[in-house]
Design a protein around this ligand. Structure first.
Ligand SMILES: [Zn+2]
Length: 223
């Protein structure tokens, strides 16, 4: 092998290694780490889509530095998490996510790539929720609802149609049923209620805007 070729191979391996460890997205606020360069690229693409979606749905754009770490393991039952104290999202690589995700859940029918993309959007929505509009101790229900709403809106119309027509979601869920007690004590039921509530909204983006700017409250005082 000519010497120059060896050098080039070493250099490209080095570049790949650096790339795999820490990849800045086109959006200068977001970088991705983890040994999955192709997945990192798909996350950066999802960040671009997310910015457009947030703008369309009356949410603020990304404003803080966010590190997204691709991991191969998380707590059972968890496919991603946002650590707000560290401005860090941890997300399972698609293969691990496919094993861990709930196949019987509302989104169980989605191909893993679509599902993965929707999870990135969900977690990014948590990073833009503004607590300043919250007059209570916590607005965790609003925060979670907006994240699911953006996840729903990130899907193709055909997938949204399938969710809206899921017979298990064809029931009235009052705003009162979406509460912090249910979120903590019966998380599965809470998520189903959120999907059912969402799937009956005619204009999700307007509703999300009203929650985000404090016109509509999903949380309440816990005195
Ligand atoms: Zn969430």
């Amino acid at each position: 092998m000519p010497k120059w070729m060896f050098l080039s191979l070493v250099l490209s391996a080095f570049t790949l290694e650096a790339h795999a460890d820490d990849m800045p997205c086109e959006n200068p606020l977001v970088s991705v780490t983890g040994q999955h360069p192709r997945v990192a690229e798909s996350i950066c693409d999802a960040v671009e889509d997310t910015e457009a979606l947030f703008q369309m749905c009356n949410l603020p754009t990304l404003q803080r530095l966010i590190k997204i770490r691709i991991v191969d393991e998380l707590t059972p039952g968890c496919v991603a998490q946002f650590r707000c104290d560290e401005d860090r999202i941890e997300i399972l690589a698609p293969k691990a996510m496919d094993t861990q995700r709930n196949r019987d859940g509302v989104l169980g029918f989605l191909p893993i790539d679509t599902y993965f993309h929707s999870i990135v959007v969900h977690e990014l929505a948590h990073t833009v929720y503004d607590d300043e509009q919250c007059p209570f101790q916590s607005c965790i229900v609003a925060n979670e609802y907006i994240a699911y709403a953006m996840q729903f809106m990130s899907l193709k119309p055909a997938d949204r149609f399938a969710i809206r027509n899921n017979p298990a979601l064809n029931r009235h869920v009052s705003r009162n049923a979406l509460n912090a007690t249910s979120l903590f004590l019966a998380p599965d039921l809470f998520v189903k209620n959120v999907w059912a509530h969402l799937s009956t909204r005619k204009d999700i983006c307007t509703y999300v805007g009203q929650i985000s700017n404090g016109t509509v409250f999903l949380d309440r005082d816990r005195h």
